[in-house]
Design a protein around this ligand. Sequence first.
Ligand SMILES: O=C(O)C1=C[C@@H](OP(=O)(O)O)[C@@H](O)[C@H](O)C1
Ligand SMILES: C=C(OP(=O)(O)O)C(=O)O
Length: 409
Amino acid sequence: MRLQLSAPSTKNIQKTIQVTGSKSETNRSLLLRALFPNISIENLSISDDGEVMQKGLQISSGEVDIHHAGTAMRFLTAYFASQPNKEVVLTGSQRMQERPIQVLVEALRSLGADIQYVKQEGYPPLKISGKKLTKSQVSLPANISSQYISALLLIAPSLENGLELELVGKITSVPYIKMTLGLLEQIGVDFIFEGNKIKVDPKEKVMDTKLVVESDWSSASYFYSIAALCEVGTKIKLSSYKQNSLQGDSVLSKIYTDFGITTTFSDNQITLEKTEESRQENVSYDLSNAPDIAQTIAVTCLGLGMGCHLTGLHTLPIKETDRLAALQTEMSKFGAKVAIDSESLTLQPISSIKSGVDVDTYNDHRMAMAFGPLALKTDLIVNDAGVVSKSYPDFWKDLKTLGFGVSEM
Ligand SMILES: O=C(O)C1=C[C@@H](OP(=O)(O)O)[C@@H](O)[C@H](O)C1
Ligand SMILES: C=C(OP(=O)(O)O)C(=O)O
């Protein structure tokens, strides 16, 4: 699907949008419910990643294909490895077969798991023969992906001796680890997280517990970007959000004050209001705790003619695409000057951007969604726009609700 995007007739938007549940909270909650059946879940993410996780958890033998879903790949690897009587081949899209998983496989093997690489050493697909894991101490690098750590933490309470993790190196994407621990806390699991050690106690049964998934903050980022590119007075309300979020991307409410956006929380809703024009020429952020909003922020800056220096982006090259390279290529099409290295991106301020650009999306939902708001500044085309279904299938429909021109070519 190739979409032509154009600006709404008014840049003073006053609308309300219901955003689907967080895919990160959803896929954790689903795994916990598979281990502890008296958990119930509300506001599940309606998305490809949530769907493949639900399907994967129902399978006991044969092939499980999780497409592009990183969390499903990592969480299900730990799940199947710890389930006696289950034997599966866990596979995914071509890109998933290029996303590393060795750290998790090594950690699980050190606990006694039986996991074989089907094709290339260190990468999916994996042949997993589930076993009862009785060892309880594991050490693993923490600087590549926090999902390996969350995967181990999620199965930890179901192991007969619990689990003690030693995290080696600088811990990346820390809020996602805290999100996992936050959910364990909600189901009554005891743990200690001190320095580079996490200890999780075993738990045989949990009380009847309802996990209510908050809507997705990474998805909210595109509305922050839209509000920032609109006129002062714009108000966009999003449901269902709360002030004490488990999601690290809720840092958006602070970051976007630099772009003139004030966030107010009330009755499960946030209101994003553009209260002033941004007065800064350059901004800089360390996004090692919030990697998924890097693309949004970079494109907001491009639209506002601002420069930015984003650091802590060392995980971006191994996500749905190499996001640093993809951002550089696509922003350059608009006339931007963008420099990247292995962990940062620098955008120079520019006074005007080119129109009629064809944005390529590289099978990455966030490439499509990050560039969408730029239609407020210039007409553009988004190629393979259906990729948004990974986390936010209604994204284009919701853009139409805000008044954007969205037409298939
Ligand atoms: O645990 C999670 O739900 C996630 C962790 C992050 O990955 P890394 O830890 O690999 O940075 C994030 O980018 C991803 O979208 C979701
Ligand atoms: C990196 C992402 O997802 P995952 O790693 O779960 O595929 C994302 O949604 O931005």
